[in-house]
Design a binder for this molecule. Structure first.
Ligand code: ATP
Ligand code: MG
Length: 662
């Protein structure tokens, strides 16, 4: 199904559109119009596709205006449901019963497991009974410190089944980061693993958990999955094995679902921490379920035969919404991979696509850039003809990386959905519907039904214009004017922080913290965080723009830009550049890269300082932590702030010493 390219736009093949859930721009416009004119009618119809013990009475109630009382929004009030029921039990009376719910592939090739919906039901019920035996009750928090193994979705769904609130902590975190999350959520039960396996190495998660638990006296029970045969530290009376618990004679195969109120919390999840202290977002039962259900179905265009692979980590919201809840509530098959893209070789993802005949791949720009850096030969070796659709999330995708993905992975035949959203938003808010919209590289295109974005004027030039929509092609602050079911309800334990972070800047609107512009045709282009904008002699230059220009250069694998103090310009541009394999740093290349940016964007964006860096500081979810680069650029390395979610702290040392040598 080739894609037609015209005027810089990529049109889906008519045969793709003919089968898609939303088939044309006209159809999208009609649905979108309806979602705004009658949001309650629109969302209640979607909700009716799912199972409710008691149907909702009031679809929406809200106030987003800090001047008009408490800021809140509530969805599907009066309704009672259970997300686990919808993700599993709902399918058991249908042909989906025998479909694979989860196909898990371990990093070592020999390790794999398939769970049909029926099999998943049994595992989840049994684990729910284990949790109950440990005293977990409706409303209690349970922390899950696990890597990408199938036990993690089982544990999440078991919590949802009995109304417990899960808090998944990314398996790459330190003891400190784990301890603060376990303490804050007051969990009494922790589920973890002996060792996790990543890039052929073992990580002693149980030791990290023990170190964290030394600070968490509330935790009485630790359930440990055994991934390896090696011993791990053990505390008798507190620690038990997953398998022993599951096989105990008093654990039954059935566990009834709790009838949850629509607004009861489903889980707590902390944001990536790119910009500051992570915020524990609280997502609820009804709204989150309905929103992830519909976004997954339409954006990934799920079909009865779809094998869908989202390679995010379940420790991040992408994994919650688009590995676990969205796909399973839809009854689709979710492929779960334990390892990372470059190990054991940089064609691991493509090998898996060929082997399993995967239809949808959803990943992050950071992974695409890492694969791109290794060269085109790796994907070329494999039969990728099963692919129908590609997706990206997490950061603005540079047009260069978009094109590489489109050519070398999609083979000019797969629509790409560039999906913009946040931990807070619960699900995707801006994205193409792949059968409808022609795409533009680097644009997340159009809002999902029910989402009303506004690129608000920050009012810098004219304070009277603050909050008003920006004209076409001018970058402003992305806000969302109305509530939608997936938006978080609060920050756990700190509602004031939720209100002040998201609702105090632009009265009546949700403030995303991201910069954005809309082009003359209505396409949205995300520009990175607003606090990453660099002000050069009064001109606002977006970090994303500078980085995209740099990545266009054949030698550059990845780039990050940050502001630095500058005597004349106010702020200057400091860039960090990682080179592609086969290129060496040199003064000549530096000059070439500066000229290249000048040519692509203009003299105003030409870097004042350029540092070659073997690696960039990233969050464990793969995002560049520009606030750290900013501190390095500003010479304030003793003020780095919270670095608990940093993937590799060594990178900072390398950058600082690299800077000193310059
Ligand atoms: P914190 O809020 O703790 O600083 P974070 O914002 O990185 O961390 P997430 O909720 O995981 O935590 O990430 C959401 C952010 O990721 C968005 O606000 C945006 O900056 C970026 N993002 C996500 N998807 C896209 C996309 N498709 N295009 C551009 N940016 C994106
Ligand atoms: Mg954020």
């Amino acid at each position: 199904m080739p894609i037609t390219e015209k005027d810089g736009k990529f049109y889906p093949d008519p045969s793709f559109s003919a089968r898609a859930h939303v088939k044309s721009v006209e159809e999208y416009r009609e649905i979108y119009r309806r979602s705004l004119e009658d949001p309650e009618g629109f969302w209640s119809e979607v909700a009716r596709e799912l199972f409710w013990y008691k149907p909702p009475e009031k679809i929406l109630d809200y106030n987003f205006d800090t001047g008009a009382g408490e800021v809140f929004h509530r969805w599907f009030d009066g309704g009672r449901t259970n997300v686990c029921y919808n993700a599993i039990d709902r399918h058991l009376g249908t042909a989906t019963r025998n479909r694979a719910a989860i196909i898990w592939q371990g990093e070592p090739d020999g390790d794999s497991k398939v769970l049909t919906y029926q099999m998943l039901h049994r595992e989840v019920c049994r684990f729910a009974n284990v949790l109950k035996k440990k005293g977990v009750r409706r409303g209690d928090r349970v922390s899950l410190f696990l890597p990408m193994i199938w036990h993690l979705p089982v544990a999440m769904l078991a919590c949802a089944r009995i109304g417990a609130i899960h808090s998944v902590v990314f398996g790459g975190f330190s003891a400190e980061a784990l301890a603060s999350r376990v303490k804050e959520t007051e969990s009494r039960v922790l589920v973890t693993i002996d060792h996790s396996i990543r890039n052929g190495r073992r990580f002693e998660l149980k030791s990290i958990a023990d170190e964290a638990l030394a600070q968490c006296p509330l935790v009485r029970h630790v359930i440990v999955v055994k991934r390896t045969k090696d011993p791990c530290p053990w505390t008798n009376g507190r620690d038990t094995l997953w398998d022993d618990e599951m096989n105990a004679p008093d654990i039954g195969n059935d566990c009834p679902c709790e009838e949850m109120e629509a607004e009861d919390p489903l889980f707590i999840l902390y944001t990536s921490g790119s910009t500051g202290k992570p915020k524990g977002q609280v997502h609820t039962t009804g709204g989150y379920m309905v929103y992830t259900y519909l976004t997954t179905k339409w954006i990934f265009d799920l079909q009865p035969e779809t094998l869908y692979w989202c390679n995010a980590d379940i420790g991040w919201v992408t994994g919650h919404s688009y590995i676990v809840y969205g796909p399973l509530v839809n009854g689709t098959t979710s492929f779960l991979y334990e390892g990372t893209p470059l190990y054991p070789r940089p064609d691991r993802p493509w090998e898996l696509v060929e082997r399993y005949r995967i239809n949808v791949v959803y990943t992050a720009p950071t992974a695409i850039r890492a694969l791109m850096r290794q060269g085109d030969d790796w994907p070329a070796k494999w039969d990728l003809s099963s692919l129908r659709l590609l997706g990206t999330v997490g950061e603005p995708i540079n047009p260069e990386a978009w094109m590489w993905y489109y050519r070398n992975v999609g083979r000019l035949s797969c629509p790409i959905v560039d999906t913009w959203w946040q931990t807070e938003t619960g699900g995707i808010c801006i994205s193409p519907l792949p059968g409808a919209w022609p795409t533009k590289p680097g644009s997340a295109t159009f809002p999902f039904p029910g989402i009303v974005p506004r690129v608000a004027d920050p009012g810098i030039d004219d304070p009277a214009r603050r909050g008003l929509p920006m004209p076409a092609n001018a970058t402003g602050h992305l806000c969302i004017e109305r509530p939608w079911p997936g938006l978080s309800r609060t920050i756990f334990g700190d509602h004031d922080r939720w209100v002040s972070t998201y609702f105090s800047q632009y009265p009546g609107m949700y403030f995303t913290g991201d910069g954005c512009f809309v082009d003359g045709e209505g396409y949205h282009f995300l520009q990175g965080r607003v606090d990453d904008v660099i002000n050069v002699s009064g001109h606002r230059v977006s970090t994303a723009e500078v980085e995209s220009a740099l990545v266009l250069h054949e030698a550059v694998a990845e780039a990050a830009a940050a502001g630095m103090p500058h005597d004349l310009k106010g702020q200057g541009i400091y860039v960090f550049v990682t080179l592609k394999i086969g290129y060496e740093p040199s003064e000549a290349l530096k000059k070439q890269l500066s000229d290249h940016v000048r040519k692509e964007i203009g003299a105003i964006a030409s870097p004042d300082k350029l540092q070659f860096a073997p690696g960039l500081p990233k969050t464990s979810s793969g995002k560049i932590m520009r606030r750290i680069l900013r501190k390095i650029a500003e010479n304030k390395v003793d003020e780095l702030g919270d670095v608990s979610t940093l993937e590799d702290a060594e990178v900072i040392k390398t950058l600082v010493s690299g800077k000193e040598k310059m």
